[in-house]
Design a protein around this ligand. Sequence first.
Ligand SMILES: [Zn+2]
Length: 575
Amino acid sequence: MAKYTRGEFLGFGAALAGGFMLGRLPPATASALAPGLPQPAAGTIGDPDLVVVNGRVYTSDPALPRAEAFAVKNGRFVAVGSTSDVRNLASSRTPVIDAQRMAITPGFIDAHCHPSGVQELYGVNTNLRTVREIQAAIKKKADATPGGFWVSGFMFDDTKLDRPLTRKDLDEATTEHPVSVAHRGGHTTFYNSKAFELAGITKDTPDPPDGRFFRDNGELNGRVAENARGVFNRVGKRETFTPDERRNRARNGMRYMSELFNAAGLTSVHNAGTSPEHILAYEDCRKNGELTHRAYMMIRSTEAYNGLKAANIYTGFGDEWIRVGGIKFVADGSASERTMRMSTPYVGTTDYGILTMTQEQLYEAIDDAHSHHFQVGVHANGDVTIDMVLKAYERALQKWPDPNRRHRIEHCTLVNPDLIRRLKANGVIPTPFWTYVYYHGEKWKEYGDEKIAWMFAHRSFLDAGIPVPGASDYTPGPFEPLMAIQSMVTRTDYKGRVWGPNQKVTVDEALTIATINGAHASSEERIKGSITAGKLADFVMLEQDPHDVGPDSIMKIKVNRTVVGGKTVYPKQNS
Ligand SMILES: [Zn+2]
């Protein structure tokens, strides 16, 4: 274990530089350096701002995997080692946390999430377990809403309901308002008859190529998938807000998400669908001291993308709190809503799922973003879609070689050995769902054992040498990293059913996925993702050690404290 004395610490600027030179971090070539990555503040001398001792520190740093203690100065780790060595660095003025043998890990990183918080604060939550409850929630909102205006629910989960929801069920809640009830997965929505009427959709309307109006015996049953929903967005009246009201709601929402994330141990979150409104919300929260998670913004807005391009801004621009990430596209359906496009059908059906982009559209979109220096993240769940996206990445990388661009396939759910080989060969990062096996277990029977052995394939990615990160896709999946770790380690759902046990990972591998691999997916592994001198002091203290509790109890472990940049953000501090 590294030895530090107070004297050495006082000269830590040199030691810090040494740490970087000695290759504690994954080797970074010049092209791997995202523009504008700040260097650690070397040469600062004085007492540490914080010392943590007597912990079981799992660093995620292969050069020093275990430690007992560390010191923090100016928001960064400055020393990592034994309790006696690090305690030595503290003066009488230094705050010291005695971790009482608690497990400490780097702050958790969610590499694909949709934080907004606006629906959570202001929307109609339909994450309910009976049709009757959903009807009541919609009716309550409808009673307070003028006729003709939309009433919209979110977080609906079809497989956790007492029986299938129908258009007629929603008609019973109201016929005066168009109603939408959006699945938490984000790819399907149920509508009432009023909504279909306003949209001009009848049972005779053909399905578009990139979406579907679901029918029972020829009649619309209310469920609509993918881009077939676009027509509903253009009809009916909606609650309007002044620009200031919108801005405040967005800021309140993002502040709320920061609080939820920190309570779960998350310190960095990749926003996989960043809009101009989100960017403003991040800035507003930061200005007001309310942004307590680090944001990597994957842009999904033509307007924002074009603006960035025009300004010569591309992936990596920003700082350690708010950074421009990749450009996001969506090429197929959903895993949780069973609309992803596969080479073989869903069990007992002739349904192969839905593509939302053509090969030609993928070539065009990826060429444009790649040639403008952006990382690209394309949502592709099914093996057919993953192959199409890889073709486009392979082509772009051939035209404009850049081996360290780290393009991503968002979700990358159903793979096979050939797809994994091509991911690895092209340095492409998959971001598979990490809470799905546990939380969405009841959905996996529609895929069958053969497919599930190759879905959410964390084990296969690690074995292939791919630094796979973790991703909740919240709202589609819960974001709690401890649930994710349990899910990846056990491959067991909430009812005890096991799905694809060949894909199990160890607790240590799960921690690697949850920390340093998340930093790698945003090309930030040099500044965060491990408890290493010189890196941002983001860490989590856990009341029990995930190595010690039974694997089926990992998600019950309580987060004792979450620290971002050396500052405790959970529990909330008064000052
Ligand atoms: Zn997503």
